[in-house]
Write a new protein. Structure first.
Length: 286
């Protein structure tokens, strides 16, 4: 599959991470590759000496893969075992070693699998802070300023949840209230509900306790695990992810409205130009 000449690999394809990693290695390789299909599990029907060299090598590599998989399972590293990825997350403070140990990876995995594709993409980008906010739009050359469309402050992924503009805080309060009702309807334990709402308060206002310089979603996942929520905990994970997504949607609606700070600045500059031309009077006109 990795050798197939397909222009675009979809994240929904089987073994997407593995296949895309192999394709990347092939594209960087200076060697010319000639793929050859080999049937698997031939050792069930053939003796080793009856196999071709290719079939023997396939059997050998498969055995090494199974052995490596067992090793990862034994060390609880089967999920996201890539050491480079962990190193990167640690360096960028996406996931601290403490959070890594505390996060309910299985619960998050269950939640992720049943999310709509758009939400999956969004949370993956939000997780590392690399998403379409002012900070990255400037880095990508799409905007000249990283100003928040609501309030004009520097905007990164955390600011979307922490923006002090009236429309943003109203939306936040509305979403948190909806989440509180959602937890009541599912008879969530009072102490768990209180802890989650306290954490959300800390996410929105970094001066409050319980906030660290890591992604709010990571914090939520961490608390989630420590509190050992019910078997419907993955649904709570989805609600928390959706809360962040709705704040992002609200931010985007401001970006494309007349309430946009950058748009207001452009209007002001254009109005000043018109007024200065008007003040010059008609004398110089042909
Ligand atoms: Zn703002």
């Amino acid at each position: 599959m990795a050798f197939e000449d397909r222009p675009l690999l979809s994240p929904t394809d089987m073994q997407f991470d593995l296949v895309s990693a192999i394709q990347e290695d092939i594209s960087r390789s200076l060697v010319s590759w000639s793929p050859q299909h080999v049937y698997g599990h031939l050792d069930k029907t053939l003796l080793l000496e009856e196999m071709t060299w290719w079939e023997q090598k396939n059997l050998e590599v498969n055995g090494l893969a199974v052995e490596f998989c067992r090793e990862l399972k034994a060390n609880h590293q089967l999920i996201a075992p890539n050491p480079c990825l962990w190193g990167r997350w640690r360096e960028k403070q996406v996931v601290s070693p403490e959070a890594k140990a505390a996060i309910a990876w299985d619960t998050l995995g269950r939640a992720m699998r049943s999310l709509p594709t758009g939400l999956k993409s969004w949370i993956t980008k939000h997780w590392v802070g690399m998403c379409g906010t002012g900070k990255f739009k400037v880095l990508w050359g799409l905007e000249k300023t990283a100003a928040c469309p609501h309030c004009g402050s520097f905007e990164d992924h955390l600011h979307v949840l922490q923006c002090c503009a009236v429309s943003a805080t109203q939306e936040w309060e509305r979403r948190v209230s909806a989440l509180s009702t959602w937890m009541d309807m599912r008879l969530t334990d009072h102490s768990i509900k209180k802890a989650i709402l306290m954490l959300l308060g800390g996410v929105c206002d970094p001066t409050l306790p319980s906030t660290q310089a890591i992604s709010p979603v990571v914090q939520l996942a961490s608390w989630h695990n420590r509190l050992s929520v019910t078997k419907a905990s993955w649904k709570l994970s989805q609600e928390l992810i959706a809360l962040g997504f709705y704040m992002r949607e609200q931010r985007n609606s401001a970006q494309h409205s007349d309430d946009n700070v950058q748009l207001r600045e452009r209007h002001r500059t254009a109005n000043e130009g018109i007024h200065s031309q008007f003040d010059m009077g008609p004398d110089d006109l042909p």
